[in-house]
Design a protein around this ligand. Structure first.
Ligand SMILES: [Zn+2]
Length: 219
């Protein structure tokens, strides 16, 4: 998977899975790599729970504690382009054009502790639901209830970006290395002898080989 242009930046994808990508960006400045990193962290819109109305809470956790936990639950945001930002919408608070509603109505009736997870949230839009990473994923724990305890609430999820609040961050981590083989030997004192040989990118801007994450010189 290589994209070659007329001398512009190039991206070589080393590994891509459902929730992870590892790529080499070349023929560009360090500032472009850092700009990409910053955009991924702060400016990619997603959908997250923004308002919570608690109708009934007899659990051991305080209302605001549960509201914060709900906000941090990742929601499937593939349909984010269909949703407007509330600030660009004509409504006063929220409407179906700029929000999705999720409800939670659970009560523990058995003798065992009941785990309430993100899977118990019911969305009014089947395309915007809490993220589940596979059949073995039990969802994200919100609260545990004992016999007789009850939790009933309504959530309003809205579109946003993570520079406003981290709950809208689409990533869990992003980083880059401009010298993946540690050719510049950051960890010890060193005097350059042969710039061409020792700098991470060769004269024509090409990497000499495609390194794998396990193939690094960390001396
Ligand atoms: Zn609206």
């Amino acid at each position: 998977m290589e994209r070659t242009g007329s001398g512009g930046p190039e991206v070589y994808i080393r590994e891509i899975t459902e929730d992870r990508i590892d790529f080499i960006l070349s023929h560009t400045d360090l500032s472009v790599a850092n700009a990409l990193r910053r955009v991924m962290i702060a400016e990619v819109p997603t959908i997250a729970i923004d308002m919570v109305e608690i109708e009934l809470n007899t659990s051991v956790l305080a209302d605001e504690f549960i509201a914060h936990r709900l906000g941090m639950i990742p929601l499937d945001s593939n349909e984010v382009d269909r949703i407007k930002y509330t600030r660009d919408c004509n409504c006063s608070q929220y409407c179906s054009n700029c929000s999705v509603e999720l409800t939670l109505d659970v009560k523990c009736t058995g003798n065992n502790t009941l785990d309430i997870t993100s899977k118990d949230l019911v969305s009014n839009d089947p395309r915007i639901i809490p993220v589940v990473s596979g059949p073995e994923d039990n969802g994200i724990l919100i609260v545990k209830l004992r016999k007789g305890q009850e939790l009933k609430l309504n959530c309003v999820a809205k579109k946003g970006v993570s520079k406003e609040h981290a709950k809208w961050s689409p990533i869990s981590g992003v980083g880059f290395e401009y010298d993946p083989w540690n050719k510049l030997r950051h960890s010890r004192w060193w005097i350059e002898e042969d710039a061409e040989k020792e700098w991470p990118v060769s004269k024509n801007g090409e990497f000499e080989e495609k390194p794998s994450p396990n193939d690094r010189n960390v001396s």
